[in-house]
Design a protein around this ligand. Structure first.
Ligand SMILES: *Cc1c(COP(=O)(O)O)cnc(C)c1O
Length: 378
């Protein structure tokens, strides 16, 4: 089946009682046993739930994995993966990670004995140099946040294989419609389903997708033991959102190209970061490993914070808010918002300045979005 068809159909058939076309929400904490040895596949909702299982089947299929565990947030998906490692293990990650991921690695898990190196992931040789005998994982986030730098997943997976480490990709920024990391050798894919997979800014959630029984067994054990699974209602919302993933991503991209091209030629804009522009340093790599350029972009205004503020306060359609991947357009200021949890030095190293504005382009008509942003700039 094609991708768009799987979005609509995989996993949804869960009602043997009434043949409802839509997966029911099973908001039960517990399930009755038929006898002391037999239940109908579920016993307690922390461990498993039919609505959540429907979402998990669907997402595993979309990413090309064999299993998925849906979690309460993107951060709990990352927390799950981190519990696959032991004190003393070394992990390599990008120096321009999602701010919350950086905080979790740098402030929380390093206190529990995990060791991290933050490197420029767009340079495979920098990753190779960071490998140590105790390296167990290379963490990939591509395109990165907020400057949309891309990581060569095939090259990094090869380095990891040689080092006896696994690769994990945070695929939140593109969704499996535009990028499937497992096709490039990545072992585990995680998502903040809060973003494109749900797509309507009305739920927070996460997912971990695996492709070996050993990894799935570990992930399932951790999600149950730590109590990180999502509620049946949240799973139902994401399953509902994911059905339109393909058409939404097409609409997102159409508007993004229009916005990026307007910004690219605008006299008040110093630089645009969008992999779809030929001027982006990773345009060729993005063309090779993605099937589209996505709907996240950033730009530097000429001047500094006062000029950035004019844009951030001057739009009507683009709302000033964190997060991304919803049908409505948002813009935000990484310096004080999405990346405030990074240290000032880390922000500087990642190239985030007081001129930088990040945009999540929604699915509104491109002409309206272009006009709104142009007005704010002028
Ligand atoms: C939002 C986000 C997360 C965290 O997800 P939550 O659902 O907010 O917990 C992780 N990685 C990326 C790339 C994100 O955009």
């Amino acid at each position: 089946m094609h991708f768009e068809t799987r979005c609509v159909h995989v996993g949804v058939d869960k009602d043997s009682a009434y043949n409802s076309c839509i997966t029911p929400i099973y908001p039960t904490s517990t399930f009755r046993w038929d006898d002391l040895e037999t239940n109908r596949g579920y016993d307690y909702t922390r461990s498993g739930n039919p609505t959540r299982a429907a979402l998990e089947e669907n997402l595993a299929s979309l990413e090309g994995g064999t299993a998925c565990r849906a979690t309460s947030t993107g951060m709990s998906a990352i927390t799950t993966v981190m519990h696959m490692f032991r004190p003393g293990d070394h992990l390599i990650a990008g120096n321009d990670l999602y701010g919350g991921t950086f905080r979790l690695f740098y402030n929380v898990f390093s206190e529990y004995g995990l060791k991290f190196s933050f490197v420029d992931m767009s340079r495979p040789e920098a990753v190779r140099e960071a490998v140590r005998p105790e390296t167990k994982c290379i963490w990939i986030e591509t395109p990165s946040n907020p400057l949309l730098y891309c990581t060569d997943m095939a090259a990094i997976s090869e380095i990891a294989r040689e080092a006896g480490a696994i690769t994990v990709a945070d695929n939140t920024f593109l969704s499996p419609y535009l990028q499937r990391p497992m096709d490039h050798g990545v072992d585990i894919v995680m998502h903040s389903t809060t973003k494109y997979l749900n797509g309507h800014s009305d739920v927070v959630g996460g997912a971990v997708i695996t492709r070996t029984p050993e990894h799935d067994e570990k992930v399932a054990y951790i999600v149950n033991a730590l109590g990180l699974a999502c509620s049946p209602f949240d799973a139902w919302l994401v399953l509902r959102g994911v059905k339109t993933l393909g058409p939404r991503m097409e609409a997102h991209q159409r508007s993004t190209r229009a916005v990026a091209e307007m910004l690219d030629g605008h006299p008040k804009v110093e630089r645009v970061y969008w992999p779809g522009l030929a001027s982006h340093p990773h345009h060729e790599l993005a063309k090779r490993q993605q099937s589209g350029f996505g709907a996240m972009l950033s730009f530097d205004v000429k001047g500094g914070r006062p000029e950035a503020e004019k844009v951030l306060y001057g739009t009507k359609l683009f709302q000033l808010a964190e997060s991304l991947g919803g049908v409505e357009s948002l813009l935000e200021y990484p310096e004080t918002m999405s990346h405030a949890s990074m240290t000032a030095e880390a922000r500087k190293a990642a190239g985030i300045t007081e001129k930088t504005i990040r945009v999540s382009v929604g699915i509104e008509h491109p002409d309206d979005l272009v006009a709104d942003l142009r007005k704010a700039l002028e």
